[in-house]
Write a protein that binds this ligand. Structure first.
Ligand code: GDP
Ligand code: MG
Length: 163
């Protein structure tokens, strides 16, 4: 069957924007307010002849009222269970947060491939903002702009190489 690729990360890092970009349509709802996606979303995507099922894990959270780090951790645990590859999305504009560190601690324990992806990098001259993310212990962050589609082809190349 098709491999499952889960996008995880705290609210507002751009999970739904990346999901929409990779499946090639606007299915997930992108919202300035965190936590607006109401359910886990599954959609098939294809790159270089490889088909996989992409999951936007932003839902089931109702994070506006709840404990965001706890709900993010639950989604990450679910993703580790069901996914074959995890895309861990962080926000290069916001910088490293303690929730990112909590997520990274969970992901370092899985034997499944994890790709660390730094979103909202529109200016590739200013990649100095990425050095903090090396501290997460998950390798070199892959800079992308999900909104602009910058470097998402490189991300997909890396992804299919570990499928
Ligand atoms: P989610 O909560 O992780 O699903 O995040 P969303 O996809 O809903 O995006 C949250 C906010 O970040 C929205 O205002 C998006 O327009 C914005 N955003 C997403 N991707 C990018 C990007 O690549 N660059 C910039 N500058 N903003 C982005
Ligand atoms: Mg979302």
């Amino acid at each position: 069957s098709k491999p499952i690729v889960a996008i995880v990360g705290r609210p507002n890092v751009g999970k739904s924007t990346l999901f929409n970009r990779l499946v090639g349509s606007r299915i997930a709802i992108v919202e300035d307010k965190p936590g607006i996606t109401r359910d886990r979303l599954y959609q098939d995507a294809e790159w270089a002849g490889r088909v996989f099922t992409l999951v936007d894990t932003g839902g089931l959270d109702f994070v506006e009222s709840g404990d965001i780090p706890r709900q993010v951790r639950r989604q990450v645990e679910l993703a580790i269970e069901e996914a074959d590859v995890v895309l861990f999305l962080v926000d290069a504009r916001a910088g490293l947060t303690s929730t990112d560190e909590d997520v990274a601690a969970l992901l370092r324990r899985t034997s499944k491939p994890v790709l660390l992806v730094a979103n909202k990098v529109e200016n590739f001259q200013r990649t100095g903002q990425l050095v903090d993310f090396f501290r997460l212990g998950l390798g070199e962050p892959i800079p992308i702009s999900a909104a602009q589609g910058m470097n998402t082809g490189d991300l997909l190349d890396r992804l299919v190489s570990v499928l």
